[in-house]
Ligand binder design. Structure first.
Ligand code: BT5
Length: 248
């Protein structure tokens, strides 16, 4: 069993915990290490977008080495399992229902409270994955982010401040559970859990990919975590990446 968080590096400020984690892999910090910062000055979303990371939020990265099979076939499961871990952690810790939105968000009442950035890198011919997790906890969020127009933080939802460090420990513990299932080739259990938490499945959605916009009803996910859409003409389409907007 792989333990996560045995080594935890805490920083007051960093450009991006994901970027630092990638450097630390080069320094052989090893699988399971966690890097957490109070503030990120250049927090990153997907496609090099800006992730605003002021004081009060939970900004962390975890170094994983899941093996060639997972990286080859199941990379898409990693952000989904991370979303499940965060949603369970929030529901346990803050006693508020958090759900997952395909492919990399956790939402409360449809508002984005967490984004996930999973990146694979090669070092010395070995493949590693850095999973970045950003949760709006006690920090304020603004409305109208271009790629996630409705956002929230835990403090806005609950009307009280939470202990960020305690939340982090539960997130890491939940992720350890799902990560070990994935490594034991039980990704079907991981995906089953995600489906049970999903805010996306059953909804009409618009997916924006770098090349097209697709509208359809989200009917499920395949074994790699790709979204299965039912198009208006009744055909099915599988989508691996993209921004997802719920239309209903
Ligand atoms: C994500 O990208 O949602 C991935 C966010 C990952 C952040 C973590 S924090 C720790 C680790 N270190 C890093 O540098 N990153 C990871 P995406 O789905 O592309 O959404 C990005 C978009 O969300 C931005 O373009 C904004 O529109 C919006 N956004 C920016 N900051 C936000 C925030 N704090 N809360 C909600 N939405 C935000």
């Amino acid at each position: 069993m792989t333990e996560l968080g045995k080594i935890t590096i805490r920083l007051e400020e960093v450009d991006s915990t994901n970027e630092l984690a990638k450097e630390y892999i080069a320094d052989s910090l090893g699988e399971g290490a966690v890097i957490v910062a109070e503030v990120q000055t250049q927090g990153k979303g997907r496609l090099d977008r800006v992730w605003e990371s002021p004081k009060g939020g939970l900004w962390l990265s975890i170094i994983l080495k899941p093996g060639e099979t997972v990286i080859g076939d199941k990379m898409g499961v990693i952000p989904l399992m991370t979303g499940s871990a965060v949603a369970h952690a929030i529901s346990t810790f803050a006693e508020i229902e958090a759900r997952v939105k395909w492919p990399n968000d956790v939402v409360i009442n449809g508002r984005k409270v967490c984004g996930i950035l999973s990146q694979s890198i090669v070092h010395d011919d070995e493949r590693w994955v850095v999973v970045g997790i950003g949760v709006n906890v006690n920090n304020k969020v603004r409305e109208g982010y271009e790629f996630s127009p409705v956002s929230t933080s835990l403090t806005e939802e609950l009307g009280e401040e939470l202990d960020v460090d305690s939340l982090m420990k539960i997130v890491v513990c939940e992720l350890e559970h799902f990560y070990n299932l994935l490594k034991e080739d039980k990704s079907d259990e991981v995906l089953e859990d995600w489906l049970g938490l999903s805010d996306t499945i059953g909804k009409k959605v618009k997916i924006t990919t770098p090349t097209e916009e697709i509208v359809g009803v989200a009917r499920g996910i395949d074994e790699n975590g790709a979204l299965i859409l039912e198009l208006e003409n009744g055909d099915s389409q599988i989508v691996n990446v993209g921004d997802c907007r719920h239309l209903e």
